[in-house]
Design a binder for this molecule. Structure first.
Ligand SMILES: Cc1cc2nc3c(=O)[nH]c(=O)nc-3n(C[C@H](O)[C@H](O)[C@H](O)COP(=O)(O)O)c2cc1C
Length: 214
């Protein structure tokens, strides 16, 4: 345990026994076991990951936090979206290939066997992360929801929608004992769009590596 985590552990010990589990034993923690207070205290950007793959059930909990359906009657999702555009689509790149998150069922659909992590970023910690979330704004959905908006407003809406999902992933990672970092600058958006065969008008907004902190 490093000094920062030790301080958090001591603070959490004083605050609540549930938080102790979340911070002292992250590998055993899961979203449901962790208080929001503990997740907020643990939220941080991590740029060093171990090489072990992230378990699929943990990834699905992160994806549900990012973009899951939390109100089945209305199709409402865990993250808000500008004008209810629900335009954010999340892809997952791992050594196993490329997957699309089907948010309605919180499942992963395999798109290809190709590992696109290395082409997604020139930044080594991103390219080598065990799991890489790729946020795409579905241009058709966004335009349909935001009729009359100009390109700048659409781009802002697309990025804000992805960023609020990404913050949910930060909190879920804190709860799961995983590390993550939102990446805007070091994303090879053109290469990603090509690998995903995105239609005209879709926007690669951010990428977000996930792994066990090292
Ligand atoms: C919109 C956005 C884009 C970011 N892009 C990058 C990036 O390209 N590379 C990176 O290492 N960190 C990136 N970050 C993470 C920030 O550098 C990080 O949040 C900041 O240093 C504060 O650290 P903390 O998250 O640990 O509090 C980004 C964060 C945001 C919100």
């Amino acid at each position: 345990m490093n000094d920062l985590n030790r301080r958090r552990f001591l603070a959490a010990s004083a605050a609540s026994p549930i938080a102790v589990v979340a911070v002292a034993s992250p590998a055993a923690a899961a979203i449901g076991d962790v208080t929001l207070q503990a997740a907020l205290e643990g939220r941080q950007s991590v740029r060093r990951f171990g090489s072990a793959p992230v378990a699929e059930d943990a990834l699905l909990r992160l994806l549900w936090a990012a973009n899951g359906v939390n109100r089945p009657d209305s199709g409402g999702q865990t993250a808000p979206s500008w004008r209810s555009s629900h335009d954010t689509v999340i892809y997952l790149a791992t050594a196993e290939g490329l997957f699309r998150h089907v948010h309605e069922s919180n499942t992963l659909e395999k798109v290809s066997d190709t590992d696109i992590r290395a082409l997604s970023s020139d930044s080594a910690f991103v390219a080598r992360a065990p799991a890489l979330l790729i946020y795409v704004s579905d241009g058709e959905k966004l335009r349909a929801a935001a009729e009359g908006a100009d390109d700048q407003a659409l781009a802002v809406g697309a990025h804000v929608n992805a960023a609020v999902s990404a913050q949910n992933v930060y909190l879920a990672c804190a709860a799961e004992g995983l590390g993550t970092c939102l990446i805007g600058g070091a994303a090879n958006r053109e290469a990603i769009a090509e690998a995903l065969a995105l239609p005209e008008g879709s926007i690669v907004t951010y990428i977000q590596p996930v792994g066990t902190p090292r």
